[in-house]
Write a protein that binds this ligand. Structure first.
Ligand code: MG
Length: 319
């Protein structure tokens, strides 16, 4: 295993690792570092977001004179404009809302649409929950002296808010999240607890998954070799291919792919994805069609079993 030292030459030092073979020997345990994806690895993001979003839309359709379907079209346009399906306060940018509340301040509009925002928050409280065993496993990792780093392509401010809401922020050493301009916030004062300046690291767009450069950089910054690092994520094309190319141990959160397919369809209805995004995704799927994780797990709690040296077997074939 090659050592990755320093940022210079990181890409040259990436070994031509066989992506389609899961390694036959046991994952070395404990690791010194675990880097974990958040959405659909620690909690069911699809379940939470689609439930909360449509609860808001249903209320909104009662508050302003517009057909529900036209409302969804408007949301999709705003999401596409910002290239983010979770654009904060997208509701303020809907043409029908602007027209209906012409001349009102953002604060006044938010006040008038309070019931819709309350519906979103209520649904979020009910559906944004950790998968079984996540808290216990994070505790287990910390007790074992493992450094935990979060790595997500959600917006930094939202990913951080989710860690706070789920009361797991304290387990994480750092959070790497996407840097997207979100513009001025319509509400004064902080909406979430203030992270310490070095807690959130923003990912430049060029270093998005499945580019392994950032993962190698995380290892370097933690002073840990990739061979002593576990990467956990639910996406084969983005998380697992990246983890293997970086030379870390690729642990596939297979359970994260078992979200409600009806809800996925409702997400696609309002998503920001453009035709180019869809093509890029298809290309990634083609490129990494045969990627095999080193270990596949059916619960985040399986990580505790790996920590204790359990051999979960080569179950990666059972995709
Ligand atoms: Mg994910």
């Amino acid at each position: 295993m090659v050592l990755h030292r320093g940022r210079r030459g990181i890409l040259e030092s990436v070994q031509p690792i066989n992506l389609i073979a899961s390694r036959e020997h046991l994952v070395p345990s404990p690791p010194r570092l675990i880097v974990t994806d958040l959405d659909n690895t620690l909690y069911d993001w699809v379940e939470y977001f689609v439930t909360a979003f449509y609860a808001m839309v249903d209320e909104l359709a009662l508050l302003i004179p517009i057909e529900r379907d036209a409302l969804l079209d408007e949301f999709r346009e705003v999401h596409r404009h910002h290239h983010n399906s979770e654009h904060p306060f997208a509701v303020l940018e809907l043409p029908s809302v602007k027209k209906h509340f012409d001349g009102s301040s953002p604060t006044e509009v938010l006040q008038a649409l309070g019931a819709a925002l309350v519906a979103f928050n209520r649904a979020r409280r009910q559906t944004l929950v950790l998968y079984p065993g996540v808290r216990e496993t994070l505790t287990d990792l910390r007790t074992s002296g493992v450094t935990i780093v979060g790595h997500t392509e959600a917006l930094g401010v939202q990913a951080y808010a989710r860690l706070e809401m789920l009361d797991v922020r304290q387990y994480f050493q750092h959070l790497y999240a996407l840097d997207l301009p979100i513009g001025p916030h319509p509400r004064s004062g902080p909406i979430i607890g203030d992270p310490s300046p070095d807690f959130i690291h923003l990912i430049p767009p060029a270093e998005r998954k499945p580019n392994p450069a950032l993962l190698l950089d995380i290892c370097r910054q933690q002073g840990v070799d990739p061979s002593e690092t576990w990467y956990v994520g639910d996406s084969l094309t983005r998380d697992m291919s990246m983890a293997k190319r970086a030379g870390t141990w690729a642990i596939w959160a297979r359970y994260g792919t078992r979200y409600d397919k009806n809800k996925w369809g409702r997400l696609v209805r309002v998503t920001h994805w453009t035709d180019e995004d869809v093509q890029r995704e298809a290309e990634l799927k083609r490129q990494f069609a045969d990627v095999k994780p080193d270990v596949s797990i059916d619960s985040f709690a399986d990580i505790s079993r790996l920590l204790r040296g359990a051999d979960l077997g080569d179950n990666s074939k059972d995709l």
